[in-house]
Design a protein around this ligand. Structure first.
Ligand SMILES: [Zn+2]
Length: 370
């Protein structure tokens, strides 16, 4: 396990390789970003939107996937106010929302003024798939990623909305397993790092996880999308993407508020992924598998955007990463009907012994960040 010389990302992250100078893909991408002609990209996007508007008088011009988080508020605002598009916001509703999540979502709808379709997945099916995904791949939120991507694409297809707008391409921003080249099209979404090209059918059973209950877990057929000329793009290709400036914009245009009680355990930021309660354990599982989680992601983000130096980031990560996300732990157990014992049994199954070692009854990383 080695860490990038510029940021604090370890090479245990799937897809991350350090180059001959010990620098990670994401850092190199950020460096390349400086030479991009952003004005030209913006122009290209506006032209694309103008063409859509010309042909699409009656219907919505674009779909934006929303959660009420800072990035989705920024996306809706951008498409509506800068690109002047008729936006249909689509939300695959989280099942355990936080108070801030509900308020931010409501504020977004009233302040930005767009139509919204919310999909609430059949709870028994959703719970069951999450439980299986937790136990079998150590990643309960595979379910959420799959249904957000597929569900939003389903709505775009049903209403024949010509453009679907996603935020950042994680493969580019964070250095993922898929191509690290910055691309505008998000057609490869279903195979990205979050969904991994897997289908829900692997978890079919005779109860709640059956084809008839999982419509929103399946992408519409790709050739159908093509036939109707339905495109999807990453806004992060056209607009210089930065979670922090998105946060400030969301605050400004829709009264977005950070977490009232401050950052969650293990977090450095108080405005990142705080609209629902089930994702924190999922992110923490990365610590078990790859030796890093929230504080590393959040510090890297600040380093990449020039707001934090590596020395301070090392301190912050080492101070925060051993905190367990206790706030919604009981909610997580209750939601999936699992006991604490079962939980820890599953966790230990996924502990990566190549990077972890037991010392006086405690698990330590063999190669701590320094
Ligand atoms: Zn780096």
């Amino acid at each position: 396990m080695k860490y990038c010389n510029k940021c604090v990302m370890p090479d245990t992250k799937p897809g991350v390789k350090l180059d001959e100078n010990g620098v990670c893909v994401a850092c190199n991408n950020m460096e390349n970003r400086k030479s991009i002609d952003w004005e030209q990209r913006k122009k290209t996007l506006i032209e694309m939107c103008e063409n859509i508007k010309k042909e699409n008088k009656e219907l919505y011009d674009c779909v934006v996937a929303v959660s009420g988080g800072k990035d989705s508020i920024f996306q809706v605002w951008y498409m509506k106010e800068i690109c002047k598009m008729k936006v249909l916001a689509v939300c695959v509703m989280p099942h355990l929302r936080t108070r801030e999540g509900i308020e931010n979502f409501n504020n977004m709808m009233s302040e930005l003024g767009v139509d919204t379709i919310s999909i609430t997945l059949k709870p028994k099916t959703f719970k069951s798939v999450r439980r299986k995904a937790f136990k079998e791949i150590g990643e309960p939120n595979w379910t959420d990623h799959c249904t957000v991507f597929a569900g939003v694409a389903r709505i775009a297809y049903a209403y024949k909305v010509p453009l679907t707008v996603w935020g950042e391409d994680i493969a580019v921003e964070f250095g993922g397993r898929t191509s690290n080249k910055r691309v505008s099209s998000a057609d490869g979404l279903r195979d990205n790092d979050l969904v991994k090209g897997m289908g829900v059918d692997r978890w079919y059973d005779d109860e709640n996880v059956q084809k008839k209950f999982t419509f929103f877990y399946h992408f519409p057929p790709f050739d159908e999308l093509k036939k109707h000329k339905l495109k999807s793009i990453y806004l992060g290709y056209y607009v210089e993407w930065d979670g922090y400036t998105n946060y400030l914009k969301a605050k400004d245009v829709a009264g977005f508020q950070p977490r009232r009680a401050g950052p969650l355990s293990g977090n450095y930021l108080d405005y990142d992924n705080m609209d629902e309660k089930l994702c924190e354990i999922n992110i923490w599982l990365k610590y078990i598998k790859f030796g890093f989680w929230r504080p590393t992601d959040q510090c890297c983000y600040h380093i990449w955007n020039g707001r934090l130096d590596r020395k301070d980031a090392v301190k912050i990560v080492n101070q925060l990463q051993d905190e367990f996300p206790i706030e919604y732990f009981q909610d997580f157990l209750d939601f999936h009907s699992i006991t604490q014992e079962e939980f820890w049994e599953v966790v230990e199954k996924f502990r990566n012994k190549e990077i972890w070692t037991e010392f006086k009854g405690e698990w330590k990383l063999k190669h701590p960040l320094e």
